[in-house]
Design a protein around this ligand. Structure first.
Ligand code: PAN
Ligand code: ZN
Length: 190
């Protein structure tokens, strides 16, 4: 049986840290192709390469019924008028769903159905649980002034497929307009 240290994790909902678990860091330079305004991206990167998000993952077992989880911390910011975001992915095992719980900050999940291309946004903030069905690309967006901290729980066998959605980089984006987050189609104007 797993030992008590494995059965229990302690995390900080303000920083996104899980005690004893190293976090993967994604800087702006890791997000080439993720923001719609390529010129604004290159301009920002020429000035600085800030940390955009971190992910601390717990993957103890990989059996058919096992679960993994990860705490994410997505910093506030924009490239052009598009809010800071995660790369986004499908699960390699397409049937694998996921739940996201908001821990602090104010964010959105951008979802895109692989079959129909339909998009949805759902809130990601404290006291909310967001369900990501299988066959759905998912990306996290921070639309607030503070770091967005959240936890995602998914089947251990889900795997991450970044390439399939990177080809189109989602059909919609979330931009700031008159102080509010707005979902617009690519090429769309607000
Ligand atoms: C999350 C994500 C996390 C980082 O744990 O991995 O939000 O986003 P990217 O993986 O797209 O960089 C999850 O959805 N796991 O399946
Ligand atoms: Zn996922």
């Amino acid at each position: 049986m797993l030992n008590v240290e494995q059965l229990l994790s302690r995390f900080d909902p303000q920083t996104g840290e899980i005690a004893g678990v190293p976090a993967v860091e994604r800087h702006l330079s890791d997000l080439r192709g993720c923001f719609a305004d390529a010129a604004a991206y290159e301009q920002a990167l020429a000035v600085d390469n800030p940390l955009v998000y971190t992910v601390a993952s717990v993957a103890l077992a990989g059996g058919a019924g096992d679960l993994n989880y990860a705490v994410g911390r997505l910093m506030p910011g924009c490239i052009g008028n598009e809010f800071y975001l995660t790369k986004g992915h499908f699960h390699a095992w397409r049937d694998a769903a996921e739940i996201y719980l908001g821990l602090s900050g104010d964010g959105l999940m951008l979802l895109e159905d692989e079959m129909t291309g339909e998009s949805r946004v759902v809130p990601l903030r404290p006291h909310h649980v967001a369900y990501v069905p299988g066959h759905t690309a998912h990306r996290t967006v921070n639309v607030g002034p503070e770091p967005l901290i959240y936890i995602g729980v998914y089947p251990a066998r889900a795997g991450h497929d970044y390439d399939a959605i990177a080809r189109t980089n989602f059909r919609h984006l979330v931009v700031e307009h008159d102080g509010q987050p707005v979902l617009i189609p690519k090429q769309g104007k607000v």
